[in-house]
Ligand binder design. Structure first.
Ligand SMILES: [Zn+2]
Length: 310
């Protein structure tokens, strides 16, 4: 993984202090980092947030009418970020929400709050800490549920970004090594842009004592043995001891050179022989890896990547 911090420091000019002494490069890096003061001063108003979203490619600045092939007019009166309207009288396309397909589509929170929750997420704050930071004397207090939902969107976006940019080296597991495997549905609201698709099946694999998490989006959004087994053989060495739940697709694992142990989640968390999948399941709830120094910028980059603007 590239150390963004060093990249930043290298790219920044190195000013000298008033005494003419060269400042520690880390001083520059600290200045380039986000903190709450910066969040409130640079993203403190709706207009600042819209401008920032434009500059960072999170919302489109213009749109072409697909029918007339002409630039549409942006009207700001409707929706949080406005909508595009065709100049031509009687156009079929008429209007398109500027938020359509973006990170902000269907958002019920103000943009300022969204950027604040994103920051809280990237700083690794708990729900309680986040609500405390966002509580104001007059405004609304966000609920645990709202924070949890947006943390999930953030986390899923980062995972999807990592998924498409991962450079997995070799396989995990091996003889006498335990690999926990589990599937979950991702992006209940956000992953499938537009439409009301329920989410996407993602399979996760992690070796005990190793943080190298392997993830794959299931082709055709299915989790049959035909889909799951090739994803497992791609990432997990033969001879590994694989722990899963009772899902039937895993039953054929011994035919592929694995030792298979399962735990029945309908009546137990840990099987009598110690088999469990708690660690892989905890991955679905959020990041367990160390925070990056530029986590907020990473999150914005991931959103820009996952919610591409046409
Ligand atoms: Zn038109």
């Amino acid at each position: 993984m590239t150390d963004l911090g060093e990249e930043f420091a290298a790219a920044m000019p190195r000013p000298t202090g008033s005494s003419g002494r060269r400042l520690n490069p880390y001083t520059d890096e600290l200045r380039s980092m986000w903190n709450w003061r910066k969040i409130f001063s640079k993203l403190g108003t709706h207009d600042q947030c819209v401008q920032f979203a434009e500059e960072r490619g999170l919302i489109p600045v213009q749109k072409i009418c697909t029918y007339h092939r002409k630039t549409m007019i942006l009207t700001k009166e409707s929706g949080q970020v406005g909508k595009f309207r065709c100049r031509k009288y009687n156009c079929r396309t008429k209007t398109v929400s500027r938020a359509a397909g973006t990170w902000f589509e269907n958002a019920h929170l103000s943009l300022t709050l969204i950027f604040q929750i994103m920051y809280a997420f990237s700083e690794g704050l708990s729900y309680h800490q986040t609500r405390k930071e966002l509580a104001s004397d007059v405004g609304l207090v966000v609920s645990d549920r709202t924070v949890a939902n947006w943390f999930t969107y953030c986390w899923e976006t980062i995972v999807l970004y990592d998924l498409e940019n991962q450079r997995a080296q070799g396989k995990i597991g091996g003889p006498n090594k335990i690999v926990q495997i589990n599937e979950t549905k991702f992006g209940k609201r956000k992953y499938n842009r537009g439409g009301h698709i329920e989410g996407h099946w993602v399979i996760g694999m992690i070796e005990d004592g190793n943080d190298d998490l392997r993830l794959e989006v299931c082709p055709d959004n299915e989790r049959s043995a035909d889909i799951l087994v090739p994803l497992i053989t791609k990432h997990v060495q033969e001879g590994s001891i694989i722990h899963t739940d009772n899902w039937r697709a895993y039953l054929s694992l011994p035919e592929h050179g694995y030792i298979h142990k399962k735990v029945d989640h309908s009546d137990q968390f840990v099987a009598p022989d110690g088999t469990h999948t708690q660690r892989i399941k905890s991955q679905w709830r959020g990041p367990r890896r160390p925070r990056q120094r530029h986590a907020y910028e990473e999150l914005i980059r991931a959103i820009k990547y996952v919610y591409k603007i046409e």
